[in-house]
Design a protein around this ligand. Structure first.
Ligand code: SF4
Ligand code: MSK
Length: 677
């Protein structure tokens, strides 16, 4: 056969450029994508049009778990008729391969969240041992409230009477017991007892109580090694064990201890989008997930010493901003505005006004280094486990024992860099106002009031039909779909249909950018019932609950709804659902699986890498519901996605016998009068 030779004299094809309007619904992002293209700087949006995903990998049916592979098991054209005979060299079926791949995503997601949790617990131990002066316990009330979860006594007997125990003693015992949850030799995780009793009993009955956080991750890696667990149902069972160790322990401990050390969030006003950057200020963008360093950067940026230093270099002050979940952490507690979400990380550098970008762990593009090289931006990595190979990246390893010193060193570097900006600074003007800082406690306060602080009022409004139900809409952006479009379209459809939304992560930043996080949104976008409740109480219909690890707050909010009564006995009885419309991270799979294993119907946008193994996918999409009351689902179209959630909520309302109440609430005045007559 004649082989056509490549003509090496032909110039290489120029890479295609993304259409900025097709790439993002956000005008500021469109402007920055265009500017990057004009300057010859490639961004994720351009790379996405030049590299298509592998058609077999995307279906979850490529195995590279041993060197006899990769073995690829494409679905036959026209689907499978009769027996599915596809198998790898070792005989692994499509179900085994897809389940192993899925399980490894769960393991990576659990590891990421929980390692973050461990780092926070270690800092908390340093605080309890008085090894650092830079951090302290800001919310002792929260520590007292969670002490019981690890059997830490808050009182001691003195002369036959119970008196308050010393808070430092409580902190030390709690810190040691919390860290033990990662590697204890016996028993099961104590934190899971915070779940409703019927749910906990379900986990006991099915033998999925996690033993310790690290072990469940290690066991997934063992089971998915070549030739170990070759039963997809048994693999899914281990996914449940590991993901529960994340949602109800690793992530939950992270959230709790961050609140204890840095303060429990309460509602506050801020802004969002690239337009928060200021031309005449030193702009420092923090990005990643762990708030331990960024808390210190916030404190240092407010110190007179640093403000004076910035002024001495010709700036009017220091403007902090965030990307991804580090942004959410410092937004929730200090009102520091996010400059953008996941897909905007390169774009903030393209402004030419980013004097330093400080990154810690997770969701950080390696290409930031290439973009930073085209501008004056100092890119600073700070975590020993997250470095970059490019030589323009500066590594300043952060240590909680001299946290303030490290933070000031980083800020000084940014301030010194202010004078190196080029003349061509372009900051898009777009920014939106937002109310953020919600949590389990503040929802209770806002909806229950000072004297009746409980979820009773929320439940009551669900029972009487003003609120149809609730949805936790969380997760990332994904360059395979238009930036922010799925998140925003889905949420608008939900609130139009009286579904109150709890949001976290990059989805929350998308909502903030599009102006959905203000109480005024209710009158514009909500159905009449939800609008009435939001206007009466003064809250947005979309409540920002924080970062990725703060999805644990959603689990606890659902638990409070069960406890408040009137909506069944378990999370699976509630008219509620979970969703990740633009997911991309392995952490999203871990979150989805702990939601499902906690009884929540959970819908993902885009595509789940399970479609190439229909039997395994059916197990996730149908069979899991019979065990835990929750199941996976997938919808690419955001409107269909929203209506799958609404249908599920209506099904649950019917089962609870509260569907008629909603019909009454939604009757217009004429129908009411006709009925009264
Ligand atoms: Fe192929 Fe089996 Fe090796 Fe996977 S484990 S690469 S299916 S031989
Ligand atoms: S940062 S995991 S892109 S939400 Fe938590 Fe955003 Fe997803 Fe990262």
């Amino acid at each position: 056969m004649a082989v056509e030779k490549k003509d090496s004299t032909k110039p290489a094809k120029a890479p295609k450029l993304a259409d900025p309007i097709a790439a993002s619904i956000d005008v500021a992002s469109q402007q920055m994508i265009r500017r990057a293209q004009d300057l010859g700087v490639d961004t994720v949006f351009d790379r996405a049009v030049n590299m298509k995903p592998c058609n077999i990998g995307i279906q979850g049916i490529c195995c590279k778990n041993c060197a006899m592979g990769p073995c690829r098991l494409p679905l036959p054209k026209g689907g499978i008729e009769g027996e599915d005979t596809r198998k790898g060299l070792c005989g692994a079926t499509a179900n085994t391969i897809a389940a192993r791949n899925f399980a490894r995503m769960v393991a990576a997601g659990v590891a990421a969240h929980s390692d973050h949790g461990r780092a926070v617990a270690e800092v908390f131990l340093s605080v309890a041992r008085k090894e650092t002066e830079d951090y302290r316990i800001k919310d002792p009330g929260k520590l007292l409230a969670i002490a019981h979860t690890l059997d830490v006594a808050t009182t001691v007997e003195v002369d036959g009477e119970q008196v308050d125990r010393d808070i430092d003693e409580i902190a030390l015992e709690f810190a040691e017991k919390a860290l033990n949850e990662w590697g204890k030799a016996e028993g099961t995780l104590e934190y899971l007892k915070r779940a409703p009793k019927p749910l906990y009993d379900k986990w006991v009955k099915n033998g999925v109580l996690p033993r310790n956080i690290d072990r469940e991750v290690v066991e997934i890696m063992h089971r998915t090694h070549m030739g170990v667990d070759q039963d997809y149902k048994n693999l899914v069972k281990q996914c449940t064990r590991a993901s529960l160790a994340d949602g109800w322990a690793g992530s939950m401990i992270a959230t709790d201890l961050q609140d204890v050390m840095f303060g429990t969030p309460s509602p506050l006003q801020s802004e969002a989008n690239i337009g928060i950057m200021k031309e005449d200020h030193v702009n420092v963008i923090v990005h990643g997930h762990e708030p331990v360093l960024s808390e210190m950067i916030v404190a240092a940026s407010q110190s007179q010493e640093m403000i004076d230093y910035a002024k001495s270099k010709g700036a009017k002050g220091i403007q902090l901003g965030g990307i991804c979940c580090t942004a959410n952490e410092i937004l929730q507690r200090h009102g520091v505005p996010p400059a953008g979400n996941f897909l905007q990380q390169e774009l903030v550098i393209v402004t030419g006004a980013c004097d330093a970008m400080v990154v810690d762990v997770q969701c950080v593009f390696q290409n930031l280094a290439n973009v930073a090289k085209c501008f004056h931006t100092k890119l600073i990595t700070t975590h020993p486990i997250a470095r970059m190979e490019q030589d323009n990246v500066i590594h300043i390893e952060f240590d909680e024992h001299h946290a303030m010193e490290d933070a000031k060193r980083i800020l000084k570097m940014a301030i010194d860099n202010f004078e190196n900006r080029g003349t061509e600074v372009v900051i898009p003007p777009q920014k939106a106002t937002q109310i953020a800082g919600f949590g389990v406690e503040s929802i209770e306060y806002h909806l229950g009031g000072t004297f009746r602080g409980s979820y009773y009022t929320l439940n009551d409004n669900i029972i009487n039909g003003r609120i149809r139900g609730g949805a936790g809409v969380v997760g990332c952006n994904n360059a395979r779909s238009q930036h922010n479009n799925e998140c925003v379209t889905l949420i608008k459809e939900l609130i139009k249909n009286d579904v109150v939304v709890l949001t976290t992560g990059c989805n929350a930043i998308a909502c903030a950018t599009e102006g959905l996080l203000t109480p005024e949104t209710a009158a514009v976008y909500c159905g009449p019932g939800l609008a009435e409740v939001c206007e009466t109480v003064g809250i947005p219909p979309v409540l920002h609950l924080g970062s990725c690890v703060d999805n644990s707050r959603i689990l606890l909010a659902l638990t409070e709804m069960v406890k408040a009564g009137g909506l069944g006995n378990d999370i699976s009885d509630l008219p509620a659902a979970g969703s990740a419309p633009e997911w991309m991270s392995e952490k999203a799979i871990a979150i989805g699986h702990y939601f499902v294993s906690s009884g929540v119907y959970t819908v993902f946008g885009g595509i789940l890498q399970t479609t190439g193994a229909p039997v395994f996918q059916d197990y996730l999409f149908k069979e899991m519901e019979k065990i835990y009351g929750g199941k996976w689902d997938m919808h690419t179209d955001p409107i269909k996605h929203a209506h799958a959630i609404i249908d599920h909520i209506d099904k649950k309302r019917k089962a609870l016998g509260i569907d008629k109440a909603r019909e009454r609430v939604l009757m217009d005045m004429a129908s009411r009068q006709a009925l009264e007559a």
